[in-house]
Design a protein around this ligand. Structure first.
Ligand code: AMP
Ligand code: MG
Length: 488
């Protein structure tokens, strides 16, 4: 079997090199001091066809800590721009991420980008150090796998490395790397970059590359650019509907943090809802709540508008507007469908929207925990005290429960069938901030055991994990004090 390192290849970069476009810069990682592998994601390694023996080779630690570059590994940093908090920010780019190469996977040899995040400065680092600290790397490593475990499209993480490299943030922290794996690292901002530089040929070359690599079946179609944009609209709507359904708040939905494939990307100050609160703002720096939980669906559309603007040299305005108009109905349809399933309903019927909204309103006013409520709803019966006890307004809940019970009687599932189905869509575990925080504090003292435990739990959040039952309970009181900012 060919080793992982030998399988890394560079077709993308060679294509662009031939075109002479400035889409990327060759870079070299900077070594981490005394690196140590905190965790390998063996599940992902298996999916990528990487042998366990490869993971355990000393060369793997070398590669993942930027200490070694095999002859065929030629890292690059990609350029992009973007709108940050609604304002045009100009050129950004991979300031601390380096794509090592592409890995052909499976019988169809589909390509996955292998990227090292936190590997030192690049031409796009501006005034920063190109590093990532252990704290933020643990959060990205665990949360991208948690999202995957929840069935939500996301970048993945293969490996987490800690080191004795000192990184200066509000205090000195240890430098770390995450090996990020994704089918694409092209962002909305990648297209904006060339559009605002008035380089339509580069916009076209980038679109052709994306279509060639991800949608080869459309290469010869005259409307291939439109199909590509339509796909981004639909995938983004679906991704955000899923975020809303699990209570995920991304926190920094700038256009440079939006993947053209509709994958969740760039885990920064994200947070999962504890008690249901549509106004929740996970990002301490986002004082105005532009990226508050309830705003995510409309921000998705705002960002797609920004992408549409960047594609005006390829697609007519009428066509772009027609596609953008489909976003809201698609989002609503997806969201309704997921929420219907979360309630254990076989199909969506008129009146169900009211049932969903009434429950969410009750949860909001009664400060009911989002994840726990839906998980315990799987056990719904007419006399379920555990459910009722989660509401201070018990009569309000009783009224809702009566309607819900009536609705359930209209379908032919047994309670057991409904329960089975609901348990497979209402997670028992989500990566709440306090869990990541406790795990980080241990890891900063050199004890990585919690990283391993949380990874295992988050990779199968719908299952029972008898050794981690406490993570299925209400968060401790101190959880409310945690404040997460962009500093990472
Ligand atoms: P983010 O908020 O993580 O999406 O990053 C926004 C921009 O800042 C991107 O261009 C990043 O590459 C860059 N950036 C963030 N942190 C660093 C860092 N420590 N060193 C260099 N660039 C960074
Ligand atoms: Mg980013």
């Amino acid at each position: 079997m060919t080793s992982f390192i030998d399988r890394l290849q560079h077709s993308f970069f060679d294509t662009f090199r031939e075109q002479g476009n400035l889409h990327f810069s060759p870079v070299l990682p900077a070594r981490l001091v005394d690196p140590i592998i905190v965790s390998h994601n063996r599940l992902l390694a298996e999916e990528l066809g990487i042998a366990t023996t490869d993971l355990d080779q000393p060369e793997m630690l070398e590669l993942m800590s930027g200490n070694f570059m095999a002859a065929n590994v030629k890292p690059v940093a990609l350029v992009y721009s973007g709108h940050q908090f609604g304002v045009w920010a100009g050129q950004l780019g991979d300031g601390r991420a380096m794509t090592l190469g592409e890995l052909p996977v499976g019988t169809d040899a589909s390509l996955w980008d292998i990227q090292l995040k936190g590997a030192g400065p690049t031409p796009y680092s501006r005034f920063s150090d190109g590093r990532a600290v252990l704290r933020s790397s643990i959060r990205e490593y665990l949360c991208s796998e948690a999202m995957h475990g929840l069935g939500i499209a996301t970048t993945r993480a293969l490996c987490l490395v800690d080191s004795k490299t000192q990184v200066y943030r509000e205090e000195i922290e240890s430098g770390a790397t995450v090996c990020r794996v994704a089918q694409s690292h092209i962002r909305f901002g990648s297209f904006e970059h060339f559009h605002y530089r008035k380089e339509p040929d580069a916009v076209r070359a980038l679109a052709d590359y994306v279509i060639q690599r991800h949608f080869p079946e459309w290469v010869k179609d005259t409307d291939r650019y439109l199909k590509f944009f339509r796909n981004t609209v639909f995938k983004t709507a679906r991704m955000i509907a899923q975020w809303q359904s699990v209570g995920f708040n991304h926190g920094v939905m700038n256009t440079d943090n939006m993947s053209i494939l509709g994958d969740t990307i760039d885990y920064g100050p994200f947070g999962f809802l504890d008690s249901y609160n549509p106004d929740f703002i996970c990002n301490h720096t986002d004082a105005n709540g532009r990226y508050a939980f309830k705003n995510q669906p409309s921000v998705g559309l705002w960002n797609l508008n920004a992408l549409a603007t960047a594609l005006t040299s390829l697609i007519s305005n009428e066509d772009l507007i027609a596609e953008l108009t489909k976003y809201e109905p698609e989002f609503l349809q997806q969201f309704r469908q997921i929420m219907t399933t979360k309630l254990g309903l076989q199909t969506y019927a008129s009146g169900d929207e009211q049932l969903i909204n009434q429950l969410l309103d009750l949860m909001d006013t009664n400060q009911v925990d989002y994840t726990i409520l839906f998980r315990s709803l799987c056990e719904f019966s007419d006399s379920n005290q555990t459910l009722r006890d989660q509401f201070t307004d018990r009569e309000g809940f009783d009224d809702w429960a009566k309607n819900y019970s009536r609705r359930l009687q209209q379908q032919d599932w047994t309670d057991l069938q409904r329960r089975e189905q609901m348990l497979s869509i209402n997670p028992k575990f989500v990566l709440r901030n306090y869990m990541a925080q406790a795990c980080i504090e241990k890891a900063q003292k050199g004890d990585y055991s919690e990283v391993h435990r949380l990874l295992e739990v988050m990779q199968s959040p719908y299952k029972d994990h008898p050794k981690a039952e406490e993570y299925a309970s209400l968060p401790p009181d101190w959880a409310g004090q945690i404040s997460i900012s962009c500093s990472s």
